[in-house]
Design a protein around this ligand. Structure first.
Ligand code: ADP
Ligand code: TRP
Length: 325
């Protein structure tokens, strides 16, 4: 069974990305053959600063490794290091109906806002279908927002196979990760880069503390009894604490006499402790950046090997010569 997922390097990873996606993706590496990649070709539709894109891609690799992705178990690579992706994208584009892409939300949302979309954004789901189909992927772990794109990949694969009367492409299935509901940001809304309310995973301790202290709370006075269930600080604390610790903090909320500053300090300490091993691994990786690049290159080699096999099958099915023949 092949598991595959991609993550866009459009910024630094935050708690929402980790608890909503990355943690679940990494857990799958233990039981399945996993391919994970940094979707830098996709990110090109939003990050237009070359130095920044390079930095985000590198940081994404470092973060994933620091958070527990084991390169000897899972294959980690950069999307752009697999040129076969672009070739397959074109071949798939020739069987993709415009009407299918017109329904896709990345493009539709931009249109609805009256913004001009480029062809890259319009055809983004085809690139994503190529990502998935190039490696005969079986299961694709994604958040609910991406399920539509997996359907598109299935649709395109089905059309290709039917058109050429061949079993050239393997139909994947979405595997919707059970995310711990929505992780709230500093303003109480869903944590997201686009809302500017994120808490980044690996920012320096001092900055992290400052960020946590800026979380919006209600105006209850120190002595007042407080409601943990509706407080973002408490919701975030639940990500890091066991049941006993959660109950202890909830009791202190209800009893009154504890200010939000103290609750935030408790959250800060819990987060620092939770991510301490990852922070340490990250420092080692930053000090050995060549090793990270080697891991990505080795991953790309493995991915290309599988990709070549599938691409040759697809080329043969539609009447192109197999490469090297
Ligand atoms: P952002 O909204 O910051 O741009 P992305 O859209 O790049 O984040 O999200 C990457 C992954 O992280 C997605 O699978 C998404 O489901 C998950 N994710 C992002 N923010 C949250 C959140 N606040 N709660 C739960 N999951 C999240
Ligand atoms: N579009 C996905 C996102 O924004 C990232 C992605 C690109 C992806 N290619 C993929 C996810 C292939 C799964 C499989 O989150």
């Amino acid at each position: 069974m092949r598991i595959l997922s991609g993550i866009q390097p459009t910024g630094r990873f935050h708690w929402g990305n980790y608890f909503g996606a990355i943690r679940q993706y990494i857990a799958l590496q233990d039981n399945e053959q996993a391919f994970y990649f940094i979707a830098d070709l996709h990110a090109l539709t939003t990050v237009r600063d070359p130095a920044l894109l390079q930095e985000y891609s590198r940081e994404a690799a470092i973060d994933l490794l620091a958070l527990g992705l084991k390169p000897e178990q899972a294959t980690l690579f950069r999307q752009s290091d697999v040129p076969e992706i672009s070739e397959l994208t074109w071949l798939l584009m020739t069987v993709t109906q415009m009407s299918l892409l017109e329904k896709c939300h990345a493009y539709k949302d931009k249109q609805a806002k009256g913004l001009a979309a480029d062809a890259g954004l319009f055809t983004y789901p085809v690139l994503m279908a190529a990502d998935i189909l190039l490696y005969d992927s079986d299961k694709v772990p994604v958040g609910v927002d991406q399920v539509q794109h997996i359907e598109v990949a299935r649709d395109i694969a089905g059309r290709f196979n039917a058109m050429y009367n061949a079993e050239a492409l393997h139909l994947p299935e979405a595997y919707v990760v059970e995310s711990t509901a929505k992780v709230p940001g500093t303003d109480g809304e869903k944590m997201s880069k686009s809302y500017g309310n994120t808490i980044e995973l690996f920012q320096p301790a001092k900055k992290l503390r400052k960020r946590i202290m800026s979380i919006k709370t209600d105006s209850a006075a120190l002595e007042d009894s407080k409601v943990p269930e509706t407080c973002s600080v408490f919701t975030l604390y639940q990500l890091f604490a066991d049941e006993q610790q959660q109950n202890a903090l909830a009791d202190r909320y209800r009893a009154g006499g504890m200010g939000y500053g103290e609750a935030k300090q408790t959250l800060y300490e819990a987060a620092m402790e939770y991510f301490a091993p990852a922070r340490e691994r990250r420092e080692q990786l930053v000090a050995n950046i060549d090793q990270v690049e080697d891991i990505l290159q080795a991953g790309a080699t493995r991915a290309r090997e599988k990709g070549r096999e599938v691409l040759d099958r697809v080329r043969a099915a539609c009447g192109l010569s197999a490469q090297g023949q």
